[in-house]
Write a protein that binds this ligand. Structure first.
Ligand SMILES: NC(=O)c1ccc[n+]([C@@H]2O[C@H](COP(=O)([O-])OP(=O)(O)OC[C@H]3O[C@@H](n4cnc5c(N)ncnc54)[C@H](OP(=O)(O)O)[C@@H]3O)[C@@H](O)[C@H]2O)c1
Length: 248
């Protein structure tokens, strides 16, 4: 079923988004790979010629999702959108750096909302043209921190709680068009996430010792690949995956 499909994947320059792009390409899905790091995107495209088209940009830029969908049309209209771009912010309500709050909300919430709006409108328009004959997928990478309150990481977690709400609401809004809107909620994944956000790596080593082996980006990508490969009438709409030893 996934043969011939075209996907847009944000956050494809690193970690989970990159692994999803690779996984899709192996499934025969062509991928518009988005991120800000041009070198990493070029490397990915070099590894998967013909299958990956890199597009550089910031998800907070107005018009960015539209540009990604337009890039896909050079092949054919996308039928998969994966929203993976995001970052963390260490600390609690009292302990986090207020200077990081605005960018966190811009990237992890407002840009996600914009991607859902633009992607939802685009897929709805496509579905109206073909009477929903093709299934379309919007897959969003949330977090277990958006499902259970994290005492250690509540500011980041609150953006994922908000995204959880948006995803389920959009699912209800567009499901009649044969559009599946899916939330994937990973627990601890070892990726560029921890260092980019500036988490205390001694703390993270302890997390790894207590909960490991942690998930890999490939573990998450395998799940996403499975979700989009279900028959059109089957929707796995909300999946949590954790390292087996992760308690909360
Ligand atoms: N790692 C975990 O433990 C974990 C657990 C649950 C959920 N998640 C979620 O999974 C998603 C991916 O995280 P990851 O683990 O793969 O981290 P990562 O390796 O740091 O990758 C983050 C990706 O997001 C992109 N990104 C960040 N800010 C951006 C911006 N303003 N504009 C465009 N792209 C931007 C980065 O691209 P550039 O560097 O090119 O800008 C990068 O490709 C995030 O939404 C994260 O919240 C992660």
């Amino acid at each position: 079923m996934t043969e011939q499909r075209v996907a847009v994947v944000t956050g494809a320059s690193s970690g989970i988004g990159r692994a999803i792009a690779v996984r899709f390409a192996r499934q025969g899905i062509r991928v518009v790979a988005a991120g800000r790091n041009a070198d990493e995107l070029a490397k990915l495209a070099g590894e998967l010629p013909e299958l990956v088209r890199p597009v550089c940009g910031d998800v907070t830029d107005p018009g960015h999702p539209e540009r990604l969908l337009a890039a896909a049309e050079k092949w054919e209209p996308a039928s998969i959108l994966v929203v993976s771009a995001g970052h963390g912010l260490p600390g609690t309500v009292l302990g986090s750096d207020p200077d990081g709050w605005r960018d966190l909300v811009e990237v992890n919430y407002l840009a996600v909302l914009r991607q859902l709006r633009v992607g939802g409108e685009y897929f709805t328009g496509q579905a109206e043209r073909d009477n929903g004959r093709r299934v379309r997928d919007i897959v969003v990478i949330g977090s277990t921190a958006g499902r259970q309150v994290s005492a250690a990481n509540p500011v980041y977690g609150s953006t994922k709680f908000a995204v959880h709400s948006l995803v389920e609401a959009l699912r209800q809004e567009v499901c009649a068009h044969n559009i599946r809107v899916t939330l994937i909620e990973p627990g601890f994944v070892r990726s560029g996430f921890q260092e980019t956000a500036g988490y205390d790596m001694a703390w993270f080593d302890k997390v790894t010792e207590d909960n490991g082996p942690l998930l890999t980006p490939d573990d998450v990508a395998e799940t996403v690949g499975f979700v989009v490969d279900r028959p059109a009438h089957v929707h796995l709409d909300d999946i949590r995956l954790r390292p087996t030893r992760q308690r909360v």
